[in-house]
Design a binder for this molecule. Structure first.
Ligand SMILES: NC(=O)C1=CN([C@@H]2O[C@H](COP(=O)(O)OP(=O)(O)OC[C@H]3O[C@@H](n4cnc5c(N)ncnc54)[C@H](O)[C@@H]3O)[C@@H](O)[C@H]2O)[C@@H](O)CC1
Ligand SMILES: Nc1ncnc2c1ncn2[C@@H]1O[C@H](COP(=O)(O)OP(=O)(O)O)[C@@H](O)[C@H]1O
Ligand SMILES: [K+]
Length: 507
C-alpha cells in the first residue's frame, strides 16, 4: 500500500472528484460515513457520551458530518466548533448548515472556555487534518491542551490535530494525543515513526473510494506492506520438489558463550522452508548444535582457531556450487580477526554472486574502521538487518529525528546498493531503488534478546530458496512479526521469548 504525501492525497481527492465524478461535499460524506462505521463498532451507542471538537476547514467539516450521522443512531452528542480564524471552508459551511437543522452547536471562541469531562466521555478530534500549515498556537493550542488533559479516549479524524503528516514537528509542539486515529484510505508517513507514537495511538485505515487508477500512477517513495500484499509473495511447495529444490544455506554464527544466537538463527532458518542448512562455527559449539538441532549440519572452524569465531577456511571449493545463500552475524563477537573472516566471506560471495544476509556483530565488525572502508566489501543487493544502534555504527553518526533517520537510511541503501532492514516497530526496509517499505506485523513482546537472530535465520532460508533479496526482506520481516504476534497471543507480550517466535513461524 502506498503512503502518499499531503499534496498527493489532495491530488487524489481532486482527481476522484473530477473523474468519478463526485461533488467534494459528497466525498466528505463518504469519508465521514466510513469514520462512523468504524466508530459505532468500537464505541457502542449507549455506553458513551460523545464530544466532537471541530475546526473550520474540511477536517472540521468531517466532524460536523460525523455528528449529523451519529445523532440518528442514538448517540448522546455535544458538538463544539473552535473559532480560531475567520476563514472557513465551503464544505464546513455546508455541513454546519445541515447539522444545525438537527442539533445545536456550541462555539468556543476564547481561551477561558470550560468543558467538563466525565468518565463516560469520548472525544472526536476534528480540529485540523492534513491541512495543518504551522504549529498550533493561541486558542487551538489551548483547546488541544485541555483535550489532552481530559483523561478520556480521543479518536482523531484522519490525523491527530497538530501533527504534520510528512514532516517533523518541533519537540515543543502541542499535538492531540489520540487513543485511535481513523485515517482516510492512505496511511500517513507520520504514523510509521516512533517519535509520533504517543500522538497517533492505534491507527486504522478506512476506505473512502479515492480513484485507484490515480493512486496506481503516483510514484511513491514510501510503502506500508499489508498482509494481503506480502502473503502473495509466498511460493507454494511443488509436489515433486526435493530438498535440493529449496537450497542449501550457510549460517556463520556463534562463539563461546553465544551459541544461543546460532541455535535460534539456525532453528528459525530450518522452520522457514530451507532444504538444507550448514552452520559454520567454533569447535566447542558442535555438540550443542547437534543435540539441539539435529536437522542442521555443522562445519567447525579449524582446530587451533580460538573460541571466538575466526575462520580462514573460505575458498571457491568449499563455497561455490554448494551454498545458495549465506547468513552471517548473530553472536560472532567483535575483533580484528573476526572482521577479516567476514570480509573474506563477503568478497567470495560477491565474486560468486551468492546472496547474503548480514546481521548483528557482522555489522559491528564491518563498522570497525574509522572511515568505514570495510563497507565496500559488502556484496551489492545484500540484506543488512541492523537495529538502530547498529545502523548508527554503520553510519558513524546519529540523527536528530525520525525523518532524518529515514533520509540517512535511503542514502545508505542507495549508495551502498544494499537492502537495509532497520528493525523496530514498523521495521523500515530500504531498497537500493530509494523506496522504503514499512512492516505491518510485530509487537513489543519481541523487544527481547534473540528476536533479531530469529529474523536472520528466516531471511537466510528465503534467500536460499531463491526468493529475490527484496522479496526475502519484505516477506521475512513480515513473517517474523506475524510469528511474534501469534507468540504474543499464546504467551503474552511480557512472557514470550525468542524461541516462541520460532515455534509460531507458519507460512
Ligand atoms: N478534500 C477532500 O475532498 C476530502 C478531505 N477530507 C478532510 O479534509 C481534511 C483536510 O482539509 P483542509 O485541507 O481543509 O485542512 P484542515 O481541515 O486541516 O484545515 C486547514 C485550514 O486551517 C488552517 N490552518 C492550518 N494550520 C493551522 C494552524 N496551526 N493554526 C491555525 N490555522 C491553521 C489552514 O490555513 C486552512 O485554512 C483531511 O484531513 C480530511 O479530514 C475528507 O473529508 C476526505 C475528502
Ligand atoms: N516494539 C516492537 N514492535 C515490533 N517489533 C519489535 C519491537 N521491538 C523489537 N522488535 C523486533 O524484534 C527484533 C529485535 O532484534 P534485535 O534488536 O536485533 O534483537 P537481538 O539482537 O537481541 O536478537 C527485530 O526484528 C525488531 O523488529
Ligand atoms: K484531526
Amino acid at each position: 500500500m502506498k503512503i502518499l504525501f499531503v499534496n498527493e492525497i489532495r491530488e487524489a481527492d481532486a482527481y476522484t472528484i473530477l473523474h468519478e465524478p463526485i461533488d467534494s461535499i459528497d466525498l466528505m460524506e463518504r469519508a465521514s460515513s466510513a469514520f462512523v462505521s468504524w466508530f459505532k463498532e468500537n464505541y457502542l451507542v449507549g455506553n458513551y457520551k460523545v464530544k466532537i471538537f471541530c475546526g473550520l476547514g474540511d477536517n472540521g467539516g468531517d466532524g460536523l458530518a460525523i455528528a449529523r450521522m451519529l445523532h440518528p443512531l442514538g448517540y448522546d452528542l455535544e458538538v463544539f466548533v473552535v473559532k480560531f480564524s475567520k476563514k472557513i471552508s465551503e464544505n464546513f459551511d455546508q455541513n454546519l448548515y445541515r447539522l444545525e437543522k438537527q442539533i445545536p452547536v456550541k462555539i468556543i471562541d476564547n481561551e477561558s472556555f470550560i468543558v467538563n469531562f466525565e468518565k463516560k466521555d469520548v472525544i472526536i478530534d476534528a480540529l485540523l487534518g492534513s491541512g495543518l500549515s504551522r504549529s498550533l498556537e493561541g486558542l487551538l493550542k489551548s483547546v488541544v491542551e485541555k483535550l489532552n488533559e481530559s483523561e478520556v479516549p480521543i479518536i482523531s479524524v484522519d490525523i491527530p490535530s497538530g501533527l504534520f503528516a510528512n514532516k517533523s514537528n518541533n519537540l515543543s509542539d502541542t499535538i492531540i494525543k489520540a487513543t485511535h486515529t481513523v485515517s482516510f484510505q492512505i496511511p500517513k508517513l507520520a504514523f510509521m515513526l516512533p517519535q509520533n507514537a504517543e500522538f497517533v495511538g492505534d491507527w486504522h485505515i478506512v476506505d473512502i473510494g479515492l480513484n485507484e487508477d490515480f493512486i496506481e500512477k503516483v510514484t511513491a517513495k514510501f510503502f506500508y506492506s499489508t498482509p494481503l500484499e506480502v502473503e502473495k509473495l509466498i511460493k507454494p511447495r511443488k509436489k515433486f520438489s526435493h530438498k535440493g529444490t529449496f537450497g542449501h544455506a550457510l549460517l556463520v554464527s556463534g562463539s563461546y558463550g553465544m551459541m544461543g544466537a546460532a541455535i535460534l538463527s539456525a532453528r528459525a532458518c530450518m522452520r522457514s522452508g530451507v532444504g538444507k542448512l550448514t552452520v559454520h562455527s567454533i569447535p566447542s559449539g558442535l555438540a550443542i548444535m547437534q543435540m539441539l538441532l539435529p536437522e542442521a549440519m555443522y562445519w567447525e572452524t579449524a582446530s587451533g582457531e580460538s573460541d571466538l569465531f575466526i575462520s580462514t577456511q573460505y575458498n571457491i571449493e568449499n563455497i561455490a556450487n554448494k551454498f545458495q545463500a549465506v547468513g552471517i552475524g548473530p553472536g560472532l563477537g567483535v575483533n580484528i580477526k573476526i572482521k577479516e573472516s567476514i570480509e573474506q566471506l563477503c568478497e567470495l560471495c560477491a565474486e560468486l554472486s551468492i546472496p547474503m544476509v548480514i546481521d548483528a556483530d557482522a555489522l559491528n565488525n564491518l563498522s570497525m574502521d574509522e572511515n568505514r572502508e570495510s563497507l565496500s566489501k559488502i556484496p551489492k543487493n545484500s540484506i543488512l538487518t541492523p537495529h538502530p544502534k547498529e545502523f548508527q555504527n554503520l553510519l558513524n553518526k546519529s540523527w536528530k529525528d525520525d525523518y532524518e533517520k529515514l533520509e540517512l537510511l535511503t542514502q545508505f541503501a542507495v549508495n551502498q546498493g544494499v537492502i537495509v532492514c532497520l528493525k523496530g516497530a514498523n521495521t523500515a526496509i530500504a531498497l537500493p531503488d530509494g523506496t522504503i517499505h514499512f512492516n505491518s506485523s510485530g509487537n513489543a513482546g519481541m523487544a527481547k534478546a534473540g528476536s533479531g537472530d530469529v529474523l536472520t535465520g528466516m531471511i537466510l532460508a528465503l534467500l536460499a530458496q531463491g526468493y529475490s533479496p527484496k522479496e526475502a526482506a519484505i516477506l521475512g520481516v513480515y513473517q517474523h512479526g506475524l510469528a511474534g504476534d501469534k507468540a504474543a497471543q499464546n504467551r503474552g507480550m511480557n512472557n514470550m521469548i525468542a524461541s516462541d517466535i520460532i515455534e509460531n513461524i507458519r507460512f
